[in-house]
Design a protein around this ligand. Sequence first.
Ligand code: HEC
Length: 152
Amino acid sequence: MASFYNNRFLIVFLSVVFIFSSCKDEENVAEQPKKEKIEYEIYRPSEMANFMNAMYAYNVQLKQQIIKGETPVIMPLDLMKLHSAEMSNGHARTPVWNSFVNVFIEAQQSVADTLSNVELRARYNDAINNCLACHKTECTGPIPKIKKLLIQ
Ligand code: HEC
């Protein structure tokens, strides 16, 4: 019997809490969209950040292929996205960015260039060093991660 009353009390109590909190939500309706927008901006990676991560993943796979002695023949990324992708707050196509981006694109493309006379490993490390060259000033955080891509 005691537990029946306890449960009933609990249900009534929770309903009151629920009704109370729904009212509270309604009171906050005007503030909510602003809050959601801020979270959206903080947690959503930019188009450029997504593309950088795709380039990272591609190069992880290239490194494995090269170490196994395989010859990469395709470059599946649309590197022109580097010229168009929207960047996150605080990043922009600075003069430094512009001075590095095309050199990098050429270096990355040459890794899968089967007609090149330059040794594959050297071409690959050259592409990674071009990632690093731009990152030294434009986005220093991922440098340790990018350095691990180099084939020693
Ligand atoms: C021309 C300059 C430049 C080159 C070249 C470059 N990056 Fe970036 N990278 C940036 C900038 C700027 C950002 C920050 C982008 C943003 O947050 O919108 C970034 C961000 C990143 C990030 C973090 C993404 C995230 O989740 O926030 C990684 C990882 C990364 N780059 C890896 C690489 C790799 C690997 C290469 C070479 C294959 C490379 N980058 C080439 C400038 C460059």
